[in-house]
Write a protein that binds this ligand. Structure first.
Ligand SMILES: Cc1cc2nc3c(=O)[nH]c(=O)nc-3n(C[C@H](O)[C@H](O)[C@H](O)COP(=O)(O)OP(=O)(O)OC[C@H]3O[C@@H](n4cnc5c(N)ncnc54)[C@H](O)[C@@H]3O)c2cc1C
Length: 371
């Protein structure tokens, strides 16, 4: 299938990784990204050893690590702020850290530069207007009036994927979990050199990032999924921090700019059946979006991209590749989606309390297995 001409819909974390992995195998890759400004919000993301291994496989690990902050364990605190455990994380690549905290914009910069340098053609401010199977090809019409035929189309268009909706009219829709996450960047104090995770009914933590920054996250119950207008976000986040332990609550008074607060309601989805229809296949959040309690959503999208590229290289026909890809990915993604959601449900009192240190240890074992 090396001659295949591939369209990727969505130039986010999963789509860009797929572009790099496919170009390295010689496929012709075009991408369309709906957002004309390709904007990425300014807080960070936690990534673990499986992502560092993935970046090494892509040949971009040094650039990636340089853009973030590496650390080798997670410090777990009680809800009152007492240090409970130092959970070591497995390293999977010699000479590189076990975890990275990285700004979303910094990660986007690394992936987008590498995708372009690898030869992917990326069109911004463009989406698909129709996708039609035509024999062995897919005919795609775009919002800018262009049209073209492809051998394979990859829907990497995130949680609210329109590609998923087009492929599977009866697919489940993303579901709100009852929680939301509040985030804000700060200059990193010297003592924050690992993820500081606070257990309890409200998950919260501090995550070191590159560039002398860290971000604070706070997971809160949000019954009824309220809409928070931008004006007033800083005050809302400050009030949510009222009952935080002193080491976290100390940051509240510095949250004054509404534009610097990032609030997201948490949603999840896992497609139980096929992840493809005809010559169109889905990856990342489009097919399995998780809550962030285990910090693995983007990690799963990145791994999907590499596995899909490997299977497309190996297969004689797209469908053979798509079936092998889903078989390699489903259980791992299901583990992350279900175990992350269980932590959130336990924080909401819907399940018995989850031992966060144990859950983190177990997750490290799972993600260390080969993809
Ligand atoms: C609060 C929160 C915290 C998180 N923290 C972490 C973390 O610490 N670690 C971690 O690994 N993961 C984390 N995640 C999850 C992570 O952000 C996602 O899993 C990851 O972004 C999925 O990548 P993706 O490429 O599938 O989708 P996205 O990153 O959402 O990219 C989709 C892209 O497609 C574009 N697009 C959408 N529709 C169209 C269309 N019709 N046509 C063209 N383009 C389109 C979008 O503009 C976007 O650029 C977190 C998520 C949340 C909500």
């Amino acid at each position: 299938m090396r001659e295949a001409h591939i369209l990727i819909i969505g130039a986010g974390i999963g789509g860009l990784t797929a572009a790099i992995a496919l170009r390295q195998r010689g496929f012709a890759v075009e991408m369309v990204e709906r957002d004309p400004n390709w904007s990425v919000y300014g807080v960070g993301i936690i990534q673990q050893a499986n992502v560092i291994r993935a970046m090494a496989e892509l040949g971009i690990v040094q650039r990636y690590v340089d853009a973030g902050f590496g650390f080798d364990h997670v410090d777990v605190f009680s809800p009152e702020g007492i240090h409970l455990a130092k959970v070591p994380s497995p390293k999977l690549v010699d000479g590189y850290p076990a975890n990275i905290g990285i700004g979303r914009r910094a990660l986007h910069e690394v992936l987008s530069r590498c995708a372009r340098a690898a030869g992917a053609r990326i069109r911004l401010g463009v989406t698909t207007s129709s996708i039609d199977e035509q024999g062995d090809e897919v005919e795609v019409a775009f919002s800018d009036g262009a049209a073209a035929r492809y051998d394979v189309v990859i829907g990497a268009d995130g949680l609210n994927s329109t590609t998923r909706e087009q492929l599977f009219a009866n697919a489940p829709r993303p579901q709100f979990t009852g929680q939301g996450v509040w985030r804000h960047n700060f200059p990193r104090p010297p003592e924050v050199v690992s993820l500081h995770a606070h257990a309890g009914s409200m998950g919260m933590g501090l995550v070191p990032l590159g560039g002398g920054l860290m971000y604070l996250f706070l997971t809160t119950p949000e019954p009824g999924n309220p809409h928070y207008p931008r004006a007033g976000l800083a005050e809302a986040m400050r009030s949510k921090l009222r009952n935080a332990p002193p080491s976290v609550a100390a940051y509240a008074s510095r949250i004054t700019d509404d534009a610097a607060v990032v609030y997201k309601p948490l949603e999840w989805i896992l497609l139980p059946g096929d992840w493809h229809g005809g010559h169109v296949v889905l990856l990342g959040d489009a097919v399995h979006a998780t809550t962030p309690h285990l910090g693995q959503g983007a990690g799963m999208a990145i791994e999907d991209a590499i596995v899909l590229a490997e299977e497309l290289e190996r297969a004689a026909e797209p469908e053979e590749a798509f079936i092998a890809y889903r078989a390699r990915r489903f259980e791992r993604c299901r583990y992350i989606v279900e175990h992350s959601k269980a932590i959130g449900d336990s924080q909401l009192g819907l399940l018995p309390p989850v031992d966060q240190a144990k859950a983190t240890r177990e997750m490290f074992e799972v993600i260390a297995a080969p993809i």
